[in-house]
Design a protein. Structure first.
Lengths: 159, 305
């Protein structure tokens, strides 16, 4: 348990949300990586007593409004993903990084399936890079973990 | 450790509750458009963050202008002056035509329906990431600038879209090419009426239920007909790209390219259309009736059905 997670959690969540809001040049936009969801997953696994389904849902709803999309879609996907992470957080922590990454792929794809269903229900055609984003998210997972772990350790030294 | 106690029915219960909320929000928003108020509130709160996110890309033009060479600036200035003179001359002609049109209408004794908007206002397209499943843009004006839901938005080329989500200082505009958007059009050449539906990501428009024998050809210009009472009439919408009549079908497959191409546009015009005479007759709302060209205060929600 870290002492200054109370600072790091909101800061990283807001930063991730900011990257979601920011318009990126076309190439980066195509990657469609959902950094916000990955950060939420990370905190759900690391500090499940602080970040849970409610936080995930709230940020999902904010993302929905900011993007002008279907209200409640991201909120639902985020909350479901966070729930699975909370239930499995002890097992996930034990896994080696490669298997974690694989698990993230399954988790993100599951979220995409829910999102796909809701999009089709609202008679929207999913974008061509819809599924690719899950793969890229899974690939980015080890990087994100390394980065956040370093920040956590460094912020311990600061205090 | 406290982490041992986080699992259990409490979390499952909370999840179920949140899933319920999500589904309720989804239905209320998509089916009944009932959540525009809360949406606008959150959009207002998010505006500062979006403004920061917009800065680097949104102000790129200004930065570019700073470093642009003097020669290019002089050249562009000359071009603009030439265009401006042409427009000024056309404007003179136009004023005469408007006067003449009004006189002729008066002679006919018909109700003069002016399609000239009372007020325009330029809005900048904000560079923020929006849901890729919708054809939409965000602009830098909101309800504090008297923008209202459903307000028509045009570009210098033609009809662009309409305001769908409204914050205090920002608004999200649905393009006419979005798959949920449709607007009534009229063929400038033949007067044939139709409805132009957005085709989504392809950026095209389709005209469903156009009879196979309808007088519509490739290259025809489609104007807004004003029948939907949302867009003022007579603005260019699209140019017909292809008309295909499959053998044995009753309807033609008509595809049109919108004249306003969102990728090339950085600024759009918001319109505050004038209430037509027919609308004013029998209108009991005093705020609407007192609305005239000179009033500084515009009724905010006059176009909402």
């Amino acid at each position: 348990m870290n002492n200054n997670d109370w600072l790091l959690i909101p800061v990283t969540l807001l930063l991730a949300f900011f990257t979601n809001v920011m318009a990126l040049p076309n190439l980066l936009d195509l990657l469609g990586i959902d950094l916000l969801l990955l950060v939420i997953i990370y905190w759900c696994i690391r500090t499940p007593e602080r970040v849970g389904v409610s936080v995930a849902w709230t940020f999902g709803l904010l993302a929905d409004v900011a993007g002008g999309g279907i209200l409640g879609l991201m909120a639902l996907v985020y909350a479901l993903t966070a729930y699975i992470c909370l239930m499995l957080h002890q097992q996930i922590r034990m896994l080696p990084m490669f298997q974690q990454s694989l698990l993230m792929l399954v988790l993100l794809l599951a979220g995409k399936v829910v999102g796909y269903g809701l999009l089709v229900l609202c008679s929207r055609t999913p974008s061509p890079t819809f599924w690719v984003a899950a793969v890229i998210g899974a690939l980015a997972w080890p990087l994100l973990c390394g980065l956040l772990r370093r920040w956590r350790k460094e912020s311990v030294h600061l205090l | 450790m406290s982490t041992l106690f986080i699992r259990g029915p409490a979390i499952t219960l909370r999840l179920l509750l949140l899933v319920g909320f999500s589904v309720a929000a989804l239905v209320a928003d998509q089916r009944y458009r009932a959540l525009e108020g809360p949406r606008g509130l959150v959009l207002t709160l998010l505006a500062p963050m979006q403004a920061v996110a917009d800065w680097p890309l949104g102000h790129w033009q200004r930065i570019e202008a700073l470093i642009a060479a003097r020669v290019t600036l002089i050249e562009r200035n000359q071009q603009l002056q030439a265009t401006n003179q042409q427009l000024a001359i056309q404007q003179q002609h136009f004023d005469t035509l408007v006067a003449e049109n009004e006189r002729l209408n008066a002679l006919l004794g018909s109700v003069a329906i002016s399609n000239l908007p009372v007020r325009y206002r330029l809005a900048r397209i904000v560079q923020v990431a929006l849901d890729p499943h919708f054809q939409q843009v965000q602009i830098n004006l909101g309800s504090s600038d008297l923008v209202y839901l459903g307000q028509p938005v045009i570009s210098s080329d033609g009809v662009f879209g309409q305001v769908v989500h409204l914050g205090r200082h920002t608004a999200q505009v649905l393009l006419i090419t979005d798959s949920s958007h449709a607007l009534p059009v009229i063929n400038q050449r033949s007067g044939q009426r139709g409805v132009a539906r957005g085709d989504g990501a392809s950026g095209l428009l389709r005209l469903p239920f156009m009879p196979a024998h309808a007088d519509i050809r490739q290259g025809d210009l489609l104007l807004s007909s004003g029948l939907g009472k949302r867009f003022p009439r007579g603005y260019p919408v699209a140019i017909v790209r292809s008309v295909v009549v499959p053998p044995g079908e009753k309807f033609a497959q008509v595809v049109a390219i919108p004249v306003a191409q969102p990728n090339q546009i950085q600024e759009v015009l918001l319109l505050w259309p004038e209430q037509s005479e027919t609308d004013r007759v029998g209108d009991t709302n005093p705020a609407r009736n007192s609305f005239d060209n000179n009033s500084a205060v515009l009724p905010r929600f006059q176009q909402i059905p």
